[in-house]
Design a protein around this ligand. Structure first.
Ligand code: HDE
Length: 715
């Protein structure tokens, strides 16, 4: 018997001796109360265990079958519950209730993931991140199964198994885990020029996000919106994070993988638990049917984005994630997304990648979850009624009643019955289809470098440096020289300076590899040579857009909200300053940890302050900023070694640092030589002497920013 108000919780029968003290009894799976869960049934205290012990057998047997196959891709993930609310009705574009009724809060479940790694791999592996949204609408579930990158590696679904086989660990040695930096991946990529645009994105810091809440989401494909008059408009879906799009740096991401493999899921879990919802706005780019062929890129090609300068993103609603799952397996692991979960008012385009996905998702759930009844699992069940004549199969939950399991059927008064379109029945958009049967791609899919250039041209100086370093890192791990060289010839097509810098790290002589037309320039920085390169190269397949500000993370809103600060302390710290800082951070929506030489409690002016982390069990890589308050004996931390490393690492990764009074010594010891006092503010370093409140406010204002000006950083 279940409590209706708390589904999942059994009602405790009043007066039943089994339920004394309002506590649940331990039982077998069929409800038999268990008296001893510590010892198996034996023939004598030291004798053999009896086959009769059904309690032991049931428990071990259930355990033996606990695992299900992990997802073939996107195996590692974390999810949260929440809701979606529309700002304004889109009825001119679509009849979908979820996009026309502003009064409804549609329940949602969102799962974020990496692609290549196994379920137990590290969160901060460089990878595309999945952003899969399930909306439980009154007209059935609508899933936007997207990524945090707006384009994809391949144009046609038939190449997907090859792409994934190349990216996954190499099959003979099962190496490397959760990494694309190996021969098979670049062998495939170097032979697949259509992936060059996506390559630019995955080598950018977008693939090492700071937080799930600081990632954009993209539906990637072109879909259709259909209004009540049957008019179709092409659409791309976007999720724009209210915290802005922000990333880690590679050195930091690698360190985090060791210090806290659960970094992203912990960040979301802790954030939501602390009451800070994760929020995005739903954006749409729309294109009239008549304009389908208007651009020099094909809107059916998933390796191309629609520049926002041509087709602006209209923000139409808000997604809020504010509740952690109760059970990882039941919800996050068993949730089953499917691109064919759409509702009346939304439909597909002919994108050949989307068409293939429309087969794959149901198919994969059948093998992963083991039965077509996976839609009855609580996390997958629509919140609107389900009624049809499908029956039986493994693990059927529904107890279907009556004699009728077919249609038409007069015996049950024709219920359930078909729904006319006028009453909301789904009909596919009657797009005209005509053509010979061919295995071919449209010529309009042929440009593979134009939008790769657009992406490169749109990056800021530091972003370009990071792409160069990422390619240097990845390709230097490729053992086959011919593959490395093939990659350089592709990079040359995108940008000469990029190719040259990557070639240098691979020990390839630029003259060997780069064509005479290479726009070298004389500048020694990526940015300087860039202007020359840009002047020489026209960007195609981008509707004439040469640079798009929407593509650079530099232009994103930033601030302390959702960030985490390490406050280094010891028993001699000025606890008053610690309290002031904690309050200021809390007010700004940031979390903080007191990191001490050991665990324990400090006596603060408003009560005890807990040191929840130690210098040994945490790392500066896990924080967005570091602060050291003053205090008579705080400088003695200097002699412990670790605090200096803490500050030096934070400095190296461009993170804000703040120190007060007696802690200034500690900072001086940690910073590289030759930094003058005047430079400090520009470098994101706050030094307070006397007026601690003012310094604290200044420091909090810097949290959420990275200071790339710190020269000679090795990120
Ligand atoms: Fe997926 N993808 N995919 N994919 N995908 C899966 O479905 C597939 C693609 C994406 O959190 C699988 O349930 C094919 C693009 C996400 O549970 C599988 C093709 C995009 C998730 C599958 C693609 C995605 C998946 C594996 C090329 C961004 C995780 C487990 C034709 C728009 C969903 C599963 C979750 C998962 C197939 C390409 C996003 C095998 C065949 C493009 C976010 O069905």
């Amino acid at each position: 018997m279940k409590d209706e108000k708390n589904p999942g919780q059994p009602i405790i029968p009043v007066g039943c001796p089994l339920f004394a003290d309002n506590k649940l009894p331990l039982t077998t799976n069929v409800g038999q109360p268990i008296a001893d869960d510590q010892n198996s049934l034996k023939a004598g205290q030291r004798g053999p265990t009896l086959l009769e012990d059904y309690v032991l057998r049931e428990k071990i047997q259930h355990f033996d079958h606990e695992r299900i196959p992990e997802r073939i891709v996107h195996a590692r993930g974390a999810a949260a519950h929440g809701y979606f609310q529309l700002y304004e009705s889109l009825e001119e574009l679509t009849m979908a209730k979820v996009l026309t009724d502003t009064s409804v809060q549609t329940p949602v479940f969102v799962r974020f993931s990496t692609v290549a790694g196994s379920r137990g791999s590290a969160d901060t592996a460089r990878d595309v991140h999945g952003f899969a949204v399930k909306m439980y609408t009154p007209e059935g579930n609508w899933d936007i199964v997207g990524n945090n990158i707006p384009v994809f590696f391949i144009q046609d679904a038939i190449k997907f198994p090859d792409l994934i086989h190349a990216a996954k660990p190499e099959p003979d040695r099962e190496i490397p885990q959760a990494a694309t930096a190996h021969d098979t991946f670049y062998d495939f990529i170097s032979l697949t020029p259509e992936s060059m645009h996506m390559l630019m994105w995955i080598m950018s810091d977008r693939t090492i996000p700071r937080s799930f809440g600081m990632m954009e989401g993209f539906g990637v494909h072109t879909f259709r919106l259909i209004n009540a008059q049957g008019k179709s408009t092409f659409v791309k879906f976007h999720w724009k994070p209210l915290l802005g799009v922000h990333s880690l740096v590679w050195d930091e991401a690698q360190q985090i993988a060791g210090h806290d493999a659960d970094f992203h899921r912990r960040d979301m879990w802790d954030g939501i638990k602390a009451g800070s919802a994760f929020e995005w706005e739903l954006g749409i780019q729309t294109l009239a049917e008549a304009d389908e062929q208007k651009f020099d890129f094909d809107i059916l090609d998933a390796t191309k984005l629609w520049p926002e300068e041509l087709l602006p993103v209209r923000r139409v609603g808000k997604l809020t994630l504010d509740r952690n799952p109760d059970n990882y397996f039941a919800e996050t692991e068993q949730v089953a997304f499917n691109t064919t979960n759409i509702v009346p008012g939304i439909d597909f385009s002919n994108d050949p990648l989307l068409q293939g996905r429309n087969f794959s998702y149901l198919d994969t759930q059948l093998s992963r979850l083991g039965s077509p009844n996976f839609t009855e699992l609580p996390i997958n069940r629509p919140r609107c009624p389900v009624s049809n004549n499908q029956r039986d199969a493994h693990m059927r939950h529904t107890i279907d009643k009556g004699r009728v399991s077919y249609a038409p059927a007069s015996l049950d008064g024709h219920s359930p019955d078909e729904v006319t379109p006028a009453r909301g029945g789904f009909v596919s958009y009657p797009a005209s289809v005509d053509g010979p049967k061919v295995r071919a791609r449209s010529e309009s899919f042929n440009d593979h470098y134009g939008q790769a250039k657009l992406f490169w041209n749109s990056m800021s100086g530091p972003e370009k440096e990071h792409i160069v370093k990422a390619l240097q890192f990845e390709l230097s791990k490729v053992e086959t020289r011919a593959v490395r060289q093939r990659m350089l010839t592709h990079l040359q097509q995108i940008n000469g300076m990029l190719a040259e810098q990557v070639a240098a790290a691979l020990g390839e002589l630029p003259a060997d590899q780069l064509s005479a037309a290479s726009p070298r320039g004389t500048a020694d920085s990526v940015e300087g040579a860039e202007q020359l390169a840009n002047a020489l190269s026209e960007t195609s397949a981008s509707g004439g857009v040469q640079q798009s500000s929407a593509l650079s993370m530099e232009n994103q809103p930033r601030g302390p909200k959702g960030r985490k600060v390490a406050i280094l302390v010891n028993a001699d710290v000025d606890a008053g300053q610690v309290s002031l800082l904690k309050q200021a951070l809390q007010k700004a929506g940031a979390l903080s940890d007191l990191v001490g030489p050991h665990l324990g409690t400090l006596q603060g002016p408003d009560g005890p302050l807990s040191m929840t982390k130690t210098l040994a069990n945490t790392s500066p890589a896990l924080y967005d900023a570091v602060f050291v308050p003053g205090g008579a004996g705080i400088a003695t931390l200097k002699h412990k070694g670790d605090p200096q490393v803490f500050l030096a690492q934070a400095y190296k990764h461009g993170k804000p640092i703040g120190v007060l009074d007696e802690a200034i010594d500690l900072l001086t010891a940690a910073l590289p030589d030759g930094i003058s006092g005047k430079e400090l503010t520009d470098l994101g370093i706050t030094v307070g002497h006397g007026d601690s409140q003012q310094a604290i406010d200044q420091f909090v204002g810097t949290v959420g920013t990275r200071y790339w000006k710190r020269s000679a950083l090795d990120q």
